[in-house]
Design a binder for this molecule. Structure first.
Ligand code: IMP
Length: 424
């Protein structure tokens, strides 16, 4: 067996770090690109020669010659997947041997989407994308899920869907007064989608492992971000999967020893969508300015993103749980024109200095960030392609990020286009 490893791209913050663009660049040299968790809640924006692509379920590598894999850890909305494929086909992307959907992946069913919407209408809302992600992972853990392989066995599918729909209809009626779903209609509809996807379905565990063993270049593409991880994020304001490198093995069947190095992606500032603590959030005009200049609106839901300064404490947590060795800093150009740039080096919580991200979300919500201040710069960065050509103030800021996180800043993004990137 070869000792070749893979490369992994994960978000350091609460998602939307610009992983799509970074994966797109790295995919140019990857043989296989793998999504291992999440589902249609993701929105990866890639701009190629001024043309914008927003990918939700398919790995960003689909825009290249790489083979793209949607692995077992992903929860797949078949309608969304087929729509995404049709949209890309219209724009010249061809699907054949370049796409593999794991037969072990779980399927987002209509009742998952209904339940996600109803849960979110009540008290204690998480601010989900309402794509049925949480209810689908809940059924997976409760062993009530439908897997892609089940779609091709009519008797098994019928049994499962009838039993589960019966239960869900009771919940929908009792808790939300919603009309019942017709299980036979679901079976017929989903068998139809399955037929269309059949040429792409297979054993992704064997495929990805064999690719690594043969020395192929495999890239794992994380969705969401480390702080949305169900175990290590700001629970309960998280997504329902392990949205960092910790999720790769379980989400693909590739053993830990074949995984790495891990590239983290972080914005030069920080954003979050949905509810939950965000210690460095800027609730003033400056936050609004970052949102406007940075175009900080969700790629999946269009929701305005909350904006704030770079948080060293939560980022160090992400570096630790992922084993990040280098980071790509994105959207550095958005900071041009600010007099001052801030970076939270630690918190004050109940009068005490705190340098490690607290596990209790209500404690994190009380954190007062303590900032180190940096001088800003006025230059437009979008045409800069070499690190040495960056303004001195930008280099001082990036040097500090490197020293603080103890990682190398290996890529810097200064605009949406693929080309607007500085490699070091
Ligand atoms: P869900 O994943 O739709 O259940 O949403 C749970 C939380 O994760 C909410 O705060 C969402 O806004 C957030 N979330 C889910 N996917 C993304 C993403 O791709 N980027 C940023 N936030 C996300």
């Amino acid at each position: 067996m070869s000792t070749a490893k893979s490369t992994c791209v994960v978000g350091v913050q609460w998602g939307d770090e610009g992983k799509g663009k970074i994966v797109d660049i790295l995919s140019q040299k990857a043989d296989v690109v793998v999504r291992f968790q999440g589902g249609g809640n993701a929105g990866h924006t890639v701009v190629v020669k001024g043309e914008k692509f927003v990918l939700h379920l398919l790995p960003s590598g689909i825009l290249h010659k790489s083979t793209c894999v949607v692995a077992n850890g992903v929860v797949v909305d078949l309608i969304q997947l087929l729509d995404e494929m049709a949209e890309l086909e219209k724009r010249g992307v061809k699907f054949g041997k370049n796409f593999l959907l794991s037969d072990r992946a779980h399927v987002v069913m209509p009742y998952h989407k209904f339940l996600d919407k109803h849960f979110e209408a009540g008290k204690g809302k998480i601010g989900t994308t309402q794509r049925g992600i949480g209810p689908c992972y809940a059924d997976k853990a409760a062993r009530k899920g439908v897997r892609v392989a089940d779609l091709y066995n009519e008797a098994v599918l019928k049994d499962r869907v009838f039993a589960i729909t019966d239960e869900k209809n009771k919940i929908l009626a009792a808790l939300y007064g919603a009309p019942p779903l017709d299980p036979q209609r679901i079976v017929d509809e989903y068998r139809g989608y399955a037929a269309k996807l059949k040429p792409f379905v297979g054993d992704a565990v064997d495929f990805v492992n064999t690719a690594i063993d043969k020395g192929k270049r495999v890239l794992f593409e994380g969705a969401q971000g480390s702080l949305l991880d169900i175990d290590f994020g700001t629970y309960p304001f998280v997504t329902s999967s392990n949205s960092d490198a910790c999720g790769i093995s379980a989400g693909t069947g590739v053993p830990p020893k074949k995984i790495g190095p891990i590239l983290g992606v972080a914005k030069a500032y920080c954003t979050r969508v949905g509810e939950g603590p965000f210690p460095t959030e800027l609730k003033d005009g400056l936050g609004e300015k970052l949102r406007e200049v940075g175009g900080e609106y969700g790629a999946t839901t269009g929701r305005p993103r909350r904006c704030g300064w770079f948080d060293g404490v939560t980022s160090l947590h992400a570096v630790q749980i992922n084993g990040i060795e280098s980071v790509a800093i994105t959207k550095l150009d958005v900071l041009s024109g600010l007099d001052e740039i801030r970076f939270a080096t630690h918190y004050k919580i109940d009068g005490k200095k705190v340098e490690v991200m607290p596990s209790e979300t209500d404690v994190l919500a009380r954190a007062e960030p303590v900032y180190k201040s940096f001088k800003g710069w006025t230059e437009d960065l979008s045409k800069i392609r070499r690190y040495q050509d960056l303004p001195k103030a930008a280099k001082i800021y990036l040097n500090f990020v490197e020293r603080y996180l103890k990682v190398k800043v290996s890529m810097i993004s200064v605009g949406k286009d693929r080309e607007k990137t500085i490699l070091r």
